[in-house]
Design a protein around this ligand. Sequence first.
Ligand SMILES: [Fe+2]
Ligand SMILES: [Fe+2]
Ligand SMILES: [Fe+2]
Length: 459
Amino acid sequence: MLWTTKLTRESAYDGSNAAAEALALYAQADAFAQPSSFYTSSPYRRPSRPQDINDSLLTESLKSNQLSSSHHLLAQRLLLNIYEQDLVFLPKPPMAFNLKEFKDFYEPQHVAFGKKIRPVLENYVYGWLKEEVHINGPWELESFLAHTDKVLEDVAQSDSRLFQVLTTSRDPQRAAKFFMTQCAGDFLSEASAMARNVLGNCGVYTSELFKILIDEYGYGVDKKKHSTIFEDMLKAMGMSHHVHYYWQFYTASSLSLTNYFHYVSANHGELFRYIGAMYYTEATLALTTKHQSRAIRTIFDNTVPTEYFDEHSHIDVHHGRMALKRLIIPMIEQFGNTIIPDLIRGFEEFKLLQDIADEELYAHIKWHDELDEHRARAAELHGKRNVDMRITESENELSVLHTHSNDELFWVESGELDFVMSPELSVRLKAGEGIVIPKGMIHGTCVTSKTCTYTVTAI
Ligand SMILES: [Fe+2]
Ligand SMILES: [Fe+2]
Ligand SMILES: [Fe+2]
């Protein structure tokens, strides 16, 4: 697609219209368009439902109770694309390399549209954090240490909800694979956001951060690179290890974790927020990866290597300590207490986003487990309300995974389709069958008969 022909000279400089135009042009890239499959065949294919775009993305900021909306998911997908146009991706065999797709994904004018809307989208998805995270001071080194030590100690002492949720699922392997799917968006290009912070000259801090970065990148040994160890684990679980193969299945809150690190790293004025968030994640990963490893070993009866998690239980003890001793403390000593609010803000914001992502993961696993109950509930509710929408689609028509802000009754009137909830769970719904979709739960459909008519009704 030739972007330069789409933007006229006047419109490019026309304030807010220009943002709306940039958003529209950015979103209509072939890379984000309607696919023919739920899975991607190259790192440059990222179906994002551009038809869901509206002006609210440019003019509003989400509230913390609006995170299950389809617009949140859309904005997070777009943002990750914008950030990842700064990263280099090439397909791995047996995926084919398509030079045109590659060039299109990194097309400079298209990248520029993304850059133009990036601050607006960042405000849309993260603006609410200012209201939710209170960091009232005054702060000094001692109170910073006392606060963060207490938070990390609480994490160390608490039982693992993740372990409990995965191992007590009705289908623990399916639940574990859904967890891995959510990790894949981040871990397959692990620490890329960190790399944004090691260019330039921050004196000794650049070098200290670089030490953590090269650990993440395996010191130039591909087999040791954390993303490669994660790939090995995916393969051992019978999953795809290709970057963004599961693109459509990432939840908004999983995307928000990856994007948050890019957000505070791409905007260098937020360096201290980045350092605070990085400290939280490195220090807690040293603890939580032990439980993750134990869960995978239990669920797969020791048949799946857990080196990825075990490596983090080991190395992130050091990374947490390095973040504190080599970066945070000397930075506060050099630059003064003025940087502490940003350090605390990053630490607390990422903690909150992680908690939200965990809850969203558990809610999805519960929904998957309770599929039969939600089908039975649909049969009970069917016919009792006026439908909101009646839609007819033809064979192979696919609806990219998305969410709704309300619980919805989904009902097939004629024909049949596959209703997809995770890479491991889909159900064929025939005429006279339906399902209740709880708010915020990702799902997609693909028509399997000549045509299919279904209705949706907000509950
Ligand atoms: Fe790592
Ligand atoms: Fe690390
Ligand atoms: Fe839907």
